[in-house]
Design a protein around this ligand. Structure first.
Ligand SMILES: N[C@@H](CCC(=O)N[C@@H](CS)C(=O)NCC(=O)O)C(=O)O
Length: 206
């Protein structure tokens, strides 16, 4: 097994969290390098594309969260071997990436009125579209998991996003959007969160 080090913010969410979770669940040994926003600010030019997450594999730097998710998913046994199931897994992960990028684009807005308008437009438009479509994908693939009829990195990525929407960390984004628009995603979230290894992972931080 290569020596792995994942660098990402010290938060329970975001683009690096699914890979951390996948490696924990799959018993893949890795160094969990958590960095503060300040440390990132000082050192961002040291990361590929000036961004995180970054996974070091025997010293080789790998960027792009879904590439990292696929790689660690394979090591952890949480990525389908069947090409079509792998495509379903990618579809869900890339959809989350689309919508996360749109939400993150509102972070730098300093004017509160403008931020509120931008977030409300997202809630009424793309966020609603992505929640509904992800729920439809879940249903189309049996209702329990996004691919392969079992837990994959896609479930972890969707779970992390839905949890962050419901957490209230995003000002002006109604927290109840997943519950009202995509209740099956909320059931999915609760199911994934109740898995023993996932509970164990989060218990370490409380
Ligand atoms: N396409 C990249 C996006 C990475 C990204 O934008 N990461 C954010 C944190 S979640 C970041 O490093 N932002 C710092 C910045 O924009 O300066 C990926 O999929 O990993």
């Amino acid at each position: 097994m290569p020596k792995l080090k994942l660098a990402y913010f010290d938060i329970h969410g975001g683009r690096g969290e699914p890979a951390r979770l996948a490696m924990y669940i799959g018993g893949v040994d890795f160094e969990d390098k958590r960095i503060s926003f300040r440390q990132f600010g000082d050192a961002h030019s040291g990361f590929p594309f000036n961004r995180v997450p970054m996974l070091e594999i025997d010293g080789i730097e790998l960027s792009q969260c879904n590439a990292i998710n696929r790689y660690v998913g394979k090591l952890a046994g949480l990525y389908p071997t069947d090409p079509l199931q792998a495509a379903f897994c990618d579809e869900a992960m890339d959809a989350v990436e689309d919508i996360v990028s749109k939400v993150v684009a509102t972070f730098p807005i300093e004017n509160e009125t403008e931020k509120k308008a931008a977030r409300q437009a997202l809630a009424d438009g793309p966020v609603a579209v992505y929640l509904r479509r992800l729920q439809a994908l879940l249903e189309a693939h049996g209702g329990e998991y996004f691919a392969d009829g079992r837990l994959t990195v896609a479930d972890l990525k969707v779970m992390v996003w839905v949890r962050s929407l419901r957490s209230g960390v995003l000002d002006h984004m109604p927290q109840d959007l997943p519950d009202t628009l995509a209740p099956l995603l909320v059931e999915h979230l609760k199911r994934i969160q109740s898995l023993p290894k996932v509970r164990e992972y989060y218990d370490r931080f409380s």
